[in-house]
Structures are given as structure tokens and as C-alpha cells.
Design a protein around this ligand. Structure first.
Ligand code: AMP
Length: 557
């Protein structure tokens, strides 16, 4: 067979030629109303136009001196312009580095510096960040602003595209070179970069589309609500482009009302987001139905849910109250992300008790992904693989053509382990696998909290809290939260003779260093924090101790 390289230009060429009339719809921010609330405006274009502009972007970057392998960062919401960057940047050989828009500015700058980005494409919504980025990121040579109103010294995205030559020629690309990169929160220390190759991007798109994966085809209209800075919006912009599905982007409008309206108005058939988004949507669907004005979501076939566990109650509520099916999937930044999808085996009805129980599991591995369960160290210092019996819990290992084999710059090597001559990635999740292959996440060994689909580093908060004069020890754990899934609770041991400094003082102490939504919902004082044999806090015991805890006066995010 021919050895044809699997590269992003093949995706760009597919939409440019085959699917040029398929629509790409974006909800943009048109301004603010008198009360300061953002006003939305629908923008319509086609794949043909997106492809044309992506090629102009590729030309423009080349003319700016961007070379193959250079990193080009984006700080942007989901929209057709971000899709242009997805297609144009890798197609000229550079690396699309999508940066999380919700980080504390110090963290954003640390990531831009670590990645050594040469160009930043930033949405005008985030223009306020530009001066400090410019002052603190010396390797950044150009800042391109999408949308009007970029400050002096920046380049205007539209002008750049208009001036760029349209006859761009694709460079020779090696399918193993990087097409994109994302940073993930490190359990210890700083975030770590994951590079996605052209090959893994194309293979992941092909593996995500089939019926028993995300079921994406040309007749679909797909709205990825999961941010495009988060694992390439679960790869959906590329999957849809390969399949020819129309794409809808709701930008910064991910509240229940905006989402419900867009799903109805654009006749969306597949949508994807974290459980927090679906809880907001459920509340709006319930409200509308009770008011006698239900939305018409008859085209909606599935709501892909991942990023955190989808509770069975949520899956049942959508199905029984609105006839809508959640499709539970699991993955990670390091797995591009699709690892497993929960679809029913033959003979099991979606709406039976067995069906609901299976849907609450994270599902079965998609083709080419392998999963294994590993024991902790045994008494004689070995590790062993564990049975797939549905109840033995172990550390979940993954391998496959779209699973990372290392982090950027070779960091975090301890997460990559060799077993019988094969490389595996240690996910940090604790799971069971049953005889049919259904994986069920039980716990997390990584010391992180996932709130509304985004990570909070407990270690960073602990280190900061332990610098407070009243605090001797601090352990930050996740507590269950009905809206955000998890929120941080700080458990403190005070220095002798010290009083509880109080919620307000501790919040003020942490606030300058962390994004607002990172700040703990509560600070509880205990006599001692349980410590294990290796001297680490036994967070699992603390989590048991505070199971069912609710923070009175929960802080708003
Ligand atoms: P990220 O790299 O930010 O995408 O986060 C990946 C992590 O999110 C996984 O290792 C899990 O801990 C968690 N996660 C993702 N999907 C699910 C899911 N369906 N159920 C439970 N946890 C999940």
C-alpha cells in the first residue's frame, strides 16, 4: 500500500473541496448591553470560506517568518476563526498551541514562555491581558488580535489575512511532527505540555467518527461546547472536518439558555461538554417545559459527556424527562483525548436499569486504544497487572497511536512506564474494567481537583496556604459539588496558639496568586492530618472524613 503521510493538510483539503458548502456557525460577542451583559450575534460562514482563510493565515504566518516546528499560540473562544487557526497553523508546519483562557495571568505567561511561542493569536475579548503578556514573554515576536480594537503594536487578524498571498503551497510534512499542543495541570509542579502529531490528529479523527464512538457523519450538525483550548475540543473540529459535519460554536455563551437556543435554532444533532454544562442545560429544559414552552430538540441525537464522571441520575433525567441521550466518554489531554465511549452492547436497552448502569461507566476502549490495570507496589517491590473482573481496582494505564509517549521537553517521565517491553501511560485514574471491557473510574491518584471541567492544583494551594503565619499544615481536597462536580476544601492544622484566621482573611491571602475559581470554598481546622508511610498526606482518608461536606456560604466562581 502507499505510504501516504497522515497530515492536517489532508483534512483542510477535504473541507476545501468536498464540503465547501457545509455551514460553520458561530455565536460571537457583539458588545455589551446597558447592564454590562454580553450581547450575542450569530455569524454564518462555510467550510469553503474557512479553508480559504486558513490558507491565507498559513501564508501570513510564513510571511511573518514563522518556520516549521515553531509554536503559534491561541487565546480564543470557540468560533470559526479558531477553526481557521486549527487548520491553517499546522498546515504551514507550525504547532497550534491552544492556551486555556481561564488561567491566572502568571500561569498563562509561564506556559507561553515554556512553550517558547513565537506568535500569539488572541481574541479581542482578552485584549486586557496583552500588555502584561508582552512585558513578560520575551520570546513572543508577534501578537495578532482577532476582532476589532487590538492595542498598538499588535497585528490585526483580518488585515493580515487580507494582505496575505492566497497561493500558499503546503510544505512537505512528516506525519510524526507536531501539529498541535496543549498543557495539562501537573500533579506536582508546573503544567506539562503534550504534543499531538499530524498522524495522531488524523487517526484520532478517524477513530472518533464511527457509530460506536461519537457517531459523526456528513449529515450531522455538531456543537462542541467543550472549549477549543481543552484537548482540541476533544478533537471534534478535526473529526467534523474529516466527516463533513457542519459545526456550530457558541463562543463564550455556554449557559443553559444560550445552549438550548443554539441547539434548537441550528438543529444540532451532536453536542459535547462537561457535566456542569449539561446540568445548566437540564435546568433550562425543565424550566421551559414547566412553562409550557419546551424547546424542539428533535434533531438532537446525543450529548457527549466527559471530562468528569456523568452521574447516573443526570443520564436518567435527560432520558426520562426529555428523551435525550448522554453518551459518556473518557479521555485526557495525554490521550488526545478519546479513550473510551459508553455505548450499549447488542441486547441491552438504553433505558433498562442495566443500560443506565453501563452508561454511568466510562465505556469501552475505541479501536487501537489499549487499557490495563496495574497494582500498587507489592510487598516485594513489584507491580502486577490486575484482573478485568468489574470489581478489582487498579491504576489505569493506556497506550495507543494517539496516547502521548512523553511530555514536552521530556518532563514527567515517571508517568510513562514499560511493561513487558511495551510503553504505557499511567493516567492517574483508579478504575475497574469488567469482562465486557467497560471501564469505570473509581477514584483519582493525582492530586488535583476538577471543577467545571478544569483542573485546580491542590498542591499549589497547599504550598500557598502553608506560607500563612497561622497555618502549620494544609491539605486541599475535592468535595462534591452539585454544580461544579468538585470544589476545593482546605483542611488546616494551625500553628500552636493560633486562631482560625477566618474565611475572608485566607481568601484575601490567596487571591492575588490564583484565579478566583481556584479559591477554596471553605477552610476547616483539624487537630491533625493523616499521614501515610511515605510521609504524604492520606488524602483518601481525608476525603472519607469530609464525605458529604457542604461549605456554608460557598464562594461564587
Ligand atoms: P484532562 O486532561 O483535563 O482532559 O483531564 C483528564 C482527566 O479527567 C482524566 O484522567 C479523569 O481523571 C477525568 N475524566 C475525564 N473524563 C472522565 C469521565 N468520563 N469520568 C470520570 N473522569 C473523567
Amino acid at each position: 500500500m502507499m505510504d501516504v503521510p497522515l497530515t492536517v493538510p489532508t483534512i483542510l483539503e477535504r473541507v476545501r473541496t468536498l464540503y465547501r458548502d457545509r455551514e460553520v456557525v458561530s455565536l460571537l460577542m457583539a458588545g455589551r448591553d446597558q447592564g454590562g451583559a454580553p450581547v450575542a450575534q450569530v455569524h454564518r460562514t462555510t467550510y469553503g470560506e474557512v479553508a480559504r482563510r486558513a490558507l491565507h493565515l498559513a501564508s501570513a504566518l510564513k510571511e511573518l517568518g514563522v518556520r516549521p516546528g515553531d509554536r503559534v499560540a491561541t487565546l480564543a473562544v470557540n468560533s470559526y476563526r479558531h477553526l481557521e487557526a486549527y487548520l491553517g497553523i499546522p498546515s504551514m508546519g507550525a504547532v497550534l498551541h491552544t492556551v486555556n483562557i481561564r488561567l491566572h495571568p502568571d500561569q498563562t505567561q509561564w506556559i507561553l514562555n515554556h512553550a517558547e511561542d513565537r506568535v500569539l493569536i488572541v481574541e479581542n475579548l482578552f485584549a486586557a491581558m496583552i500588555p502584561s503578556i508582552r512585558a513578560n514573554c520575551p520570546k513572543l515576536e508577534h501578537i495578532i488580535v482577532m476582532g476589532a480594537g487590538g492595542p498598538e503594536g499588535t497585528l490585526d487578524y483580518e488585515t493580515l489575512l487580507a494582505q496575505a498571498s492566497g497561493d500558499f503551497e503546503y510544505p512537505d510534512l512528516d506525519e510524526r511532527q507536531a501539529a498541535a499542543m496543549c498543557y495539562t495541570s501537573g500533579t506536582t509542579g508546573n503544567p506539562k505540555g503534550v504534543l499531538y502529531s499530524h498522524r495522531s490528529t488524523v487517526l484520532h479523527s478517524l477513530a472518533s467518527a464511527p457509530k460506536d464512538a461519537l457517531n459523526v457523519g456528513e449529515r450531522d450538525v455538531v456543537m462542541a461546547i467543550v472549549p477549543m483550548f481543552h484537548v482540541n475540543a476533544w478533537g471534534l473540529p478535526y473529526t467534523c472536518a474529516v466527516a463533513g459535519a457542519a459545526q456550530v460554536f457558541c463562543g463564550m455563551f455556554s449557559d443553559g439558555v444560550s445552549v438550548a437556543r443554539m441547539l434548537e435554532q441550528e438543529k444540532v444533532s451532536i453536542t459535547a461538554g462537561v457535566p456542569t454544562i449539561w446540568m445548566g442545560l437540564l435546568a433550562e429544559l425543565d424550566r421551559a417545559r414547566e412553562a409550557g414552552q419546551p424547546y424542539d430538540l428533535s434533531r438532537l441525537e446525543s450529548l457527549v459527556v466527559g471530562g468528569s464522571a456523568a452521574p447516573e441520575a443526570l443520564i436518567r433525567a435527560f432520558q426520562t424527562r426529555h428523551g435525550l441521550t448522554l453518551r459518556h466518554a473518557w479521555g485526557m489531554t495525554e490521550t488526545h483525548p478519546i479513550g473510551t465511549v459508553s455505548v450499549m452492547p447488542p441486547g441491552v436497552s438504553l433505558t433498562s436499569d442495566e443500560g443506565y448502569a453501563l452508561q454511568a461507566k466510562q465505556g469501552r476502549r475505541v479501536p487501537l486504544v489499549e487499557l490495563e490495570l496495574l497494582s500498587d507496589l507489592t510487598d516485594d517491590g513489584r507491580v502486577e497487572t490486575l484482573p478485568h473482573d468489574g470489581h478489582t481496582m487498579g491504576r489505569l494505564l493506556a497506550r495507543g497511536p494517539w496516547v502521548a509517549s512523553s511530555y514536552y521537553k521530556g518532563e514527567g517521565q515517571a508517568n510513562f512506564i514499560e511493561l513487558s517491553g511495551k510503553l504505557w501511560f499511567d493516567t492517574g485514574d483508579i478504575a475497574t474494567l469488567d469482562e465486557r471491557g467497560y471501564m469505570h473510574i473509581q477514584d483519582r491518584s493525582k492530586d488535583l481537583i476538577k471543577s467545571g471541567g478544569e483542573w485546580i492544583s491542590s498542591v499549589d494551594l497547599e504550598n500557598a496556604l502553608m506560607a500563612h503565619p497561622a497555618v502549620a499544615q494544609a491539605a486541599v481536597i475535592a468535595i462534591a459539588d452539585p454544580k461544579w462536580d468538585e470544589r476545593p476544601l482546605a483542611v488546616l492544622v494551625l500553628r500552636p496558639g493560633q486562631q482560625h484566621p477566618g474565611h475572608a482573611e485566607l481568601t484575601a491571602f490567596l487571591a492575588p496568586r490564583f484565579a478566583k475559581w481556584w479559591l477554596p470554598d471553605a477552610y476547616e481546622v483539624v487537630q491533625s492530618i493523616p499521614i501515610g508511610a511515605t510521609g504524604k498526606f492520606l488524602k483518601r482518608e481525608l476525603r472519607d472524613q469530609f464525605a458529604g461536606y457542604t461549605a456554608s456560604g460557598t464562594a461564587a466562581r
